[in-house]
Design a protein around this ligand. Structure first.
Ligand code: ADP
Ligand code: MG
Length: 238
């Protein structure tokens, strides 16, 4: 785990500025949700933290390291996307261990880490199955497990639940929170769903048009919205 410090980050695509001077400090082990309407810059900000997109200006620190110019593989983060794909021809255990195998970890280390992640996510009895033999929720847990086995300093989630039905979405929120409580890894979670933000976050960052409207604990935002945008966005049904 590590704190993440985002300082005066800007992003331009050509002439168009989509992130304007954003600064956020995330404490070690904190679960922070970036929330805002479609197109407000959530994924772009997350992708800059991940190293999948270059920053136009500003600094990103993970722990003591300035990472803005490091390639993604050197940042010690793991990301879970909305459109995660499991390897269809590999078992759950092989899916979980694949990243470690690529890193040439030895087989006993791989199986120890796979077993630990499987225990945290309740996948112990499913390790020999293929992805097509799993339910949607189980597949989602495997996708999370693939991030977990890498034991990163920071987890990044980009709308991981938006392809699931409403009931499963509610269940998976609780499972992601429970995983966070067990491993304590600093987490940055992107969603456009204000209910998801309110129920999952230690701290919420409300984005709108590439700018931060407000940062605060869920109840602070609810009780003391900084402006009409926050009041309307947090108060409206998902
Ligand atoms: P969100 O994830 O909040 O829906 P995004 O970060 O995907 O928003 O997009 C923010 C803005 O940046 C949008 O206006 C989008 O069209 C623009 N954008 C994102 N990626 C690119 C890109 N590669 N080139 C040009 N514009 C982009
Ligand atoms: Mg997005």
């Amino acid at each position: 785990m590590a704190p993440v410090n985002i300082q005066n980050i800007e992003k331009r695509f050509g002439q168009v500025k989509v992130i304007h001077d954003i600064s956020v400090d995330i404490a070690d082990g904190e679960f922070v949700v970036l929330v805002g309407p479609s197109g407000c810059g959530k994924s772009t900000l997350l992708r800059m933290i991940a190293g999948l997109e270059e920053v136009s200006d500003g600094e990103i620190r993970i722990g003591a390291r300035e990472v803005s110019n490091l390639p993604a593989r050197d940042r010690d983060i793991a990301m879970v996307f909305q459109n995660y794909a499991l390897y269809p021809h590999m078992t759950v255990a092989e899916n979980l261990g694949f990243a470690l195998k690529l890193k040439k970890a030895n087989p006993s280390e791989i199986s120890a880490k796979v077993e630990k992640a499987a225990a945290i996510l309740g996948l112990e009895t499913l390790l020999d199955r293929l992805p097509r033999q799993l339910s949607g929720g189980q597949r989602q847990r495997v996708a999370m497990g693939r991030a977990l086995v890498r034991d990163p300093q920071v987890f990044l989630f980009d709308e991981p639940l938006s392809n699931l039905d409403a009931k499963l979405r509610v269940q998976m929120r609780a499972e992601i929170k429970s995983m966070h409580q067990r491993v304590g890894t600093t987490t940055i979670y992107v969603t456009h769903d204000q209910v998801e933000a309110m129920t999952m976050a230690d701290k919420i960052v409300v984005l709108h048009g590439g700018l931060i409207e407000q940062i605060g604990a869920p109840l602070d935002l609810y009780d003391r919205p900084a402006n009409l945008f926050v009041a309307g966005f947090i108060g409206s049904p998902a």
